[in-house]
Structures are given as C-alpha cells and as structure tokens.
Write a protein of this length. Structure first.
Length: 138
C-alpha cells in the first residue's frame, strides 16, 4: 500500500522534495523489503528442513510477518527515528513474507500424497498470483 501513498508518507516523514520522497520511500524502503531482507527469508527456508513442526514454523512466520506489518503502520513522524523504524519494519516484513513461501510449499509436501502435490503446488502458485493481482487492484 506504499506505492499510491508516497506523497502522503513523505509529508508524514517531513521529506521536503520529491527527490527525497522517491529516494527514501520509493527506493530505500523497497530495497529493504525485497533485497536486504533476503537473509531472513533464506534462513526461514533453511529452517524448514530442520524444524520438527512445519505447521508451527508457518504459524510463527505468518504471525511475525503480521507484527512487522503492524509495526510498519505504527511508524510515524511523532516518534524519534520514525524513518529508521519504517525501514526495519519493512525489512522484517519482506523477510517473513519471503520466508513463508518455502514453508508453505514444504507444508504442502506433508499434507498431500506424491500424486497430488503437483496440483496442490499449482493451486498455491495460482492463488499467490491472484492475491498479488487483487492487492494491486485494491
């Protein structure tokens, strides 16, 4: 939900120019969410192979992702270090979002028989794409 609201967010964080807005919100925040968060997502993916209960790992990943999303919403101009708070929350949000994917596919392997896994994986992939489309339209 950041992309259509960058101007309002720039006002909240007291950025003076559109260049600051684009650099700090459009570039650095997106970089933290997608690229810098890679070690978190990769770590969760590796943990999938060693965790006794993938169900608990998935629940923990989704719960921590929800907390980081809530933290993102609470990052505002009234607190000291508001922009740093936004960057850290976006980094965690991206990491948990990326980490939930390998856990979900691994969890499908536990839930479905070998003959049904291709259909289950296809269904999950299709629903992820539908979620992205619906989110962008919303």
């Amino acid at each position: 939900m950041m992309a259509p609201n960058l101007t309002e967010m720039a006002e909240t964080f007291h950025f003076k120019s559109s260049q600051e807005r684009d650099l700090y919100l459009g570039s650095y925040a997106a970089l933290a969410t997608s690229v810098v968060s890679f070690p978190i997502g990769a770590g969760i993916g590796i943990l999938t192979d060693f965790c006794a209960s993938r169900k608990h790992l998935f629940v923990a990943t989704v719960f921590l992702g929800a907390l980081s999303a809530l933290w993102t919403g609470c990052s505002g101009s009234q607190q000291r270090g508001a922009y740093t708070s936004l960057l850290v929350s976006r980094l965690l949000s991206g990491g948990f979002m990326a980490g939930s994917v390998p856990v979900a596919f691994s969890f499908l392997g536990d839930l479905f028989a070998v003959q049904e896994r291709n259909a289950a994986s296809s269904g999950l992939t299709a629903m992820m794409g539908l979620g992205i489309i619906a989110g962008q339209v919303y």
